[in-house]
Design a protein around this ligand. Structure first.
Ligand SMILES: Nc1ncnc2c1ncn2[C@@H]1O[C@H](COP(=O)(O)OP(=O)(O)OP(=O)(O)O)[C@@H](O)[C@H]1O
Ligand SMILES: [Zn+2]
Length: 306
């Protein structure tokens, strides 16, 4: 073991010692144990038990998306600091020899890399909008989707709840402003009831996204003032700064305009989503109920293992 490298501390160290998370040497990039995955699967099932009756269309994308779609989505305007792009080698044999030299010398070997047609998915719903746009105008009842994906965000941290690669389950609603705000109101109630049944302390608050730069601060203020984003917070790494485990976002016509998605009446569609941070919820359960799931409160076990 590296003697001079800082070793994980606090909750992260406990998670690694207990074997639930597996250290890779990169902050925010962890392997998961079978037990950790079992808890994720049980929570995934709980979400379906709360939302499955709404008739959402289930869609799963791999954890990468079209670079063209990503560019058009506007993500780089708001969050250039979080984006992860996929590059690849495309040189000749000389360039290959140079690359191997650079690797051996421990110097940057990536300058010859060229961008591929894929980038890493930043939020589970991003690959969906162009697909919905391509289908043409929505039906009168709008549309509802059930998504889950690994997502990448370049925000390396020692906080185990802030990962670089994590799973997000989402329900995404498309329709008129009334349809979409009703969906969000329903999930604000449901999400709180669902998490309360897991016996963890929670608190709902208005929030904003970490928009980049000076223009971003205005966007963030506007998002807060208009109450477009709510987060269900649970203390994980810190009591003072609880962690967003569920997010409820009303995008207004942002994605409808970006992608040209129309309602049945020919208006620009509004969208909203509820996002569940799968790893964050699992971490919250281990934090508040301990590492031995056999000893979790019976009420919580009954909810997860009905
Ligand atoms: N770095 C991360 N690691 C693990 N889960 C995350 C991370 N970022 C977001 N999530 C989860 O995905 C959900 C939806 O993402 P969203 O963009 O709304 O989060 P966020 O507002 O960026 O979170 P935060 O404010 O903590 O950065 C969040 O509610 C959270 O549970
Ligand atoms: Zn974030």
């Amino acid at each position: 073991m590296c003697q001079n490298c800082p070793q994980p501390q606090g909750f992260l160290a406990e998670l690694i010692d207990s074997g639930l998370l597996i250290d890779t040497g990169v902050d925010g990039l962890y392997g998961r144990s079978g037990l950790f995955e079992e808890v994720i699967a049980r929570f995934d099932d709980l979400i379906t038990r709360h939302g499955g009756q709404d008739g959402a269309e289930i869609v799963r994308f791999p954890p990468a998306m079209s670079r063209k779609h990503f560019e058009k989505s506007g993500y780089l305007k708001s969050f250039p600091q979080l984006a992860g792009t996929v590059h690849s080698f495309a040189g000749d044999e000389r360039a290959h020899a140079q690359l191997l030299h650079n690797v051996a010398d421990g110097v940057d070997w990536t300058d010859g890399q060229i961008s591929t047609e894929v980038v890493l998915t930043p939020a589970a719903c991003y690959p969906l909008y162009p697909v919905v746009a391509k289908r043409g105008p929505l039906k009168t009842e709008g549309a509802l989707f059930d998504l889950q994906s690994y997502c990448f965000r370049h925000e390396p941290s020692k906080d185990p709840a802030r990962m670089q690669l994590f799973r997000m389950r989402e329900y995404v609603r498309f329709g008129t402003p009334e349809q979409v705000t009703e969906f969000r109101a329903t999930w604000l109630d449901r999400g709180q009831a669902m998490m309360a049944s897991l016996g963890v302390p929670l608190n709902l608050d208005v929030a904003n996204d970490p928009f980049f730069g000076r223009a971003g601060r205005m966007l963030a203020n506007n998002q807060r003032d208009q109450r477009l984003k709510f987060e269900l917070l649970i203390p994980i790494e810190s009591e003072e700064k609880p962690t967003a485990c569920l997010s409820f976002n009303y995008h207004q016509d942002h994605f409808g305009t970006t992608w040209g998605i129309e309602t049945a009446a020919g208006e620009t569609a509004h969208t909203a989503c509820v996002g569940f941070g799968m790893e964050r919820v699992a971490l919250a359960l281990f934090k508040h109920h301990g590492y031995d799931v056999e000893r979790w409160p019976a009420s919580v076990r009954n909810v997860l293992w009905p």
